[in-house]
Design a protein around this ligand. Structure first.
Ligand code: ATP
Length: 334
């Protein structure tokens, strides 16, 4: 089976082709780069409007070149239905509906956060892992129970990447801030910042205010970056450990763009090692937003008959992972 995936929830206009026989995932992406500040929804949607047709066209060319017979040999079109920025999602939804209609193939609506989890589960071969999704707009722990991915703990305010990006915007650094904080933290000494975990949930807003104040008061920015990473990632690691303990699972996967951070991966890996659990972090190209994960989960959903008619295919900017009936796992209720 060959499935085209289309992603565009925030900054990455992305299309992919996934072939279930060869397991090959080819991804074409074009990133929106704000001229200043953070992601502006209208500008991001304009980017999607021009970049989605281009990345889709590149993937269709690839499908044509690698097709065994006549035609493109595509079985389904999968797209990110949400969560994400409404104006961007609407562009993606329109592109996916028109492509599925043109090719006369089924349409599959994928939850972007479940796709972050499923790409790790797919590549690791883990059976039923807990997933830490550490992305731009989200931060939560997911665990499977009774036909759904349940949210075991989550941020009480902003997503983890957005929190870091707000701090770097205060410093006048360009978007995205996460990689820059990682580089500067390597030259810094730990600086103490508030640590906010409440049960299974956590909060970043107070830490960010304290980090901004510290820089304004003259604390070296490298030290604040080091303190920021250690504090935020320790919070995520603590809650991930509690989720493993709560569920009795000994498998952890990481998802989301912040998962590209080496220090976060080190902390999670070391925690898992100490508990005798297995840890898996996908390659960076599958951690940051990408259409590959949409195509891979789209193929599983299509195989399970989980497709959408056009009237059912509206996008949902607030689409939570626990709203999704997990139809594609052998042990799931449909
Ligand atoms: P979501 O998946 O919730 O829709 P998103 O669309 O913002 O999130 P992602 O690609 O998952 O996109 O994550 C982007 C975020 O990852 C940005 O906030 C960016 O600063 C952060 N990020 C990227 N690289 C690193 C890094 N090395 N360290 C920390 N954060 C990073």
């Amino acid at each position: 089976m060959r499935v085209v995936g289309i992603e565009g929830t925030a900054w990455a206009a992305s299309a992919a082709l996934y072939d279930t026989d060869t397991e090959a995932v080819v991804i074409e992406s074009d990133a929106y780069q704000p001229e200043s500040g953070g992601i502006h929804p209208r500008e991001a949607a304009e980017h999607m409007g021009s970049a989605i047709p281009e990345v889709v066209s590149a993937i269709l060319d690839h499908a044509d070149e690698t097709s065994d017979g006549p035609g493109l040999d595509i079985d389904a079109v999968a797209f990110s239905r949400g969560p994400g920025l409404g104006p961007c999602l609407r562009v993606v939804g329109t592109a996916a509906r028109s492509l599925a209609g043109t090719l006369s193939v089924p349409l599959v609506g994928v939850n972007h956060m479940v796709a972050h989890l499923e790409i790790g589960r797919h590549q690791s071969g883990f059976d039923s892992p807990v997933c830490l999704n550490a992305s731009g707009a989200n931060a939560h722990l997911l665990g499977y129970h009774d036909g759904r991915y349940r949210i075991l703990g989550e941020t009480m305010d902003t997503g983890v990447g957005n929190a870091i990006d707000k701090f770097t915007r205060h410093l006048g650094w360009s978007h995205p801030g996460g990689p820059k904080v990682e580089r500067r933290a390597a030259d810094g000494e730990y600086y103490d910042l508030p640590y906010v975990v409440k049960g299974m949930d956590f909060s970043f807003s107070g830490i960010m205010s304290a980090a901004k104040d510290a820089v304004d008061e003259g604390v070296p920015v490298e030290d604040v970056c080091a303190g920021l990473q250690e504090t935020i990632f320790a919070m995520l690691t603590e809650v991930a450990e509690r989720a493993l303990s709560l569920t009795g699972t000994d498998e952890l996967v990481l998802g989301g763009g912040v998962g590209q951070n080496r220090r976060l991966r080190e902390m999670l890996e070391s925690m898992c090692e100490q508990r005798g659990a297995d840890f898996y972090a996908p390659d960076p190209r599958f951690l940051r937003d990408n259409a590959g994960m949409i195509a891979v989960l789209g193929a599983k959903m299509h195989a399970a008959g989980d497709t959408l008619s056009i009237p059912e295919s509206s996008v949902d900017p607030d689409f939570r992972p626990d709203e999704v009936p997990v139809t594609w796992r052998g042990d799931a209720e449909s």
